[in-house]
Ligand binder design. Structure first.
Ligand SMILES: *Cc1c(COP(=O)(O)O)cnc(C)c1O
Length: 456
């Protein structure tokens, strides 16, 4: 029996909605499965009475609910003031790196010489750019990330042998991953020297023996030990190792973490590859997506023979980077200033001027000059487990903290930080061209908040 008054009967059919040309076009871009899932969810809303049972209304709602791309990863405005934010994907890539990735995404000559038609060295342009950027490195290699670089060095040089490392450098890098456990997981044994707060050259000297594969120095990038402390510098360690009796060749491997290639005036305590190599390190490992400002990658820089040994190790293949990473890394090395580098040298006065302009636009848009949006000086941080003691002078737009959730759930999501009952949108980590997006996002959040207040 027909029940014409039952609204479920009048809900448009899925295949009918999917046949709409606009949704067909969307399916070409986003995939049939994704578009169908959204349409089914939209029809469920319709069945529940939230939408008029009209094919046009349903189609419009489905179109509005479609994601911008076929990935669930959402672009986010990072207004946290943390330059390398791990939860937001670490370094944002430069426009040049993004463009390089897009161009490399199709068929590309990553392993082919177009001149000879023969196979060529994978990623040669990227490796050349890296070698150019760090002339102190005799050899360079790129793997999947910083942890992979250290794992490969430990595996190829120290499996079944000992790695000498200071106790104060037994670092946990985040999400429960510990450098010493990583080194041991590939079959190397750790020989710990010194205490949590102090280590001397003599401690290393006493520990080095026939079983030593290398001495490891790890930059404790995410914490500081203060007070009664002592460490041994790269220079001192290199001097010690150079003075070992003839047949005892013990390389010095330094995990600098952050990926700085040269020293940075605002980050005096952050080690850089060039200085560390000049000071006598044989091999440096580093990340590509922290202070280098590039894609996730692990850099291996140093003695040509050692790097070649790592590159030829069978496991190196399992840590190989793809063409997209190679493209983005090369563009990061040779292209214009990265967003990370720009943030590190940002001028606090200019940021405050931007914060004032944003606050004024908000007051104007919302016709409210009672000062709920104000420009304030703030302190930003490097992040990404780097330079824990460094404070970067910045400026922020200070808003009522109640907007934090609405902004985070907005489109695009804006993530700030809550301090002392206020939401700070720190502009050090926001590209100037996104200031207008911030204004729109805050206005939408305020409108949404007002809507909720009305309903409740
Ligand atoms: C971040 C970090 C690592 C790990 O690098 P990933 O690129 O995250 O794998 C290793 N060592 C140090 C000192 C680090 O700071």
């Amino acid at each position: 029996m027909e029940e014409p008054q039952d609204p479920r009967r009048r809900v448009p059919r899925t295949d009918l909605v999917l046949a709409d040309p606009r949704l067909l076009t969307a399916a070409e871009r986003l995939g049939q499965g994704l578009v169908k899932r959204v349409v089914v969810a939209t029809l469920a809303r319709c069945r529940a009475g939230f939408l008029a049972p009209d094919p046009d209304v349903v189609t419009e709602a489905a179109l509005a609910a479609l994601p911008a791309t076929a990935t669930t990863l959402r672009p986010v405005v990072n207004a946290t003031g943390v330059v390398v934010h791990t939860n937001l994907g670490r370094a944002p890539l430069s426009a040049a790196a993004v463009e390089a990735m897009v161009l490399a995404a199709g068929a590309t000559d990553v392993e082919l010489s177009l001149a000879s038609g023969r196979r060529d060295r994978r990623g040669r342009g990227t490796l050349a750019a890296l070698a150019d950027a760090v002339p102190a490195a005799g050899g360079v290699h790129v793997v999947n990330n910083g942890a992979a670089a250290l794992a490969l060095a430990s595996l190829a040089l120290a499996a079944g042998r000992e790695v000498v490392v200071a106790r104060g450098e037994m670092v946990e890098i985040g999400d429960g991953f510990r450098i010493p456990e990583l080194v041991e997981s590939v079959g190397a044994r750790l020989r710990e020297v010194g205490t949590t707060n102090r280590v001397r050259l003599a401690d290393y000297e006493a520990a080095i023996g026939p079983r030593t594969a290398f001495v490891l120095k790890v930059h404790p990038s995410n914490f500081e030990v203060r007070g009664f402390t002592s460490t041994v510098s790269v220079k001192e360690l290199a001097g010690l190792l150079a003075g070992l009796p003839g047949e005892n060749v013990v390389p010095l491997v330094v995990d600098i973490g952050s990926g700085l290639l040269r020293s940075h005036p605002r980050l005096p305590d952050e080690p850089d590859a060039t200085t560390v190599l000049r000071d006598g390190a044989d091999l440096v490992t580093a990340s590509g997506d922290k202070l280098l400002g590039g894609p996730q990658a692990g850099l291996l820089l140093g003695d040509a023979g050692l790097v070649e040994q790592l590159r030829r190790h069978p496991f190196a293949r399992a840590l190989r980077v793809d063409k997209l990473t190679l493209a983005a890394l090369e563009a990061t090395l040779t292209g214009p200033e990265t967003p990370v580098a720009a943030a590190l040298r940002a001028d606090a006065g200019a940021l405050l001027a931007r914060a004032r302009a944003v606050a004024e636009s908000l007051a104007h848009e919302l016709d409210d000059d009672t000062g709920w949006a104000i420009a304030v000086p703030s302190t930003a941080a490097v992040g990404g487990g780097g330079a824990p003691g460094v404070e970067l002078a910045s400026a922020a737009v200070s808003l009522p903290a109640s907007l934090a959730t609405l902004l985070r759930q907005g489109d695009p999501p804006v993530v700030g930080r809550v301090r002392d009952g206020r939401l700070l949108l720190d502009l050090l980590t926001v590209a100037p061209e996104d200031d207008a997006t911030l204004v729109t996002a805050v206005v939408s959040a305020v409108v949404a908040a007002a809507g909720r207040a009305d309903q409740g």
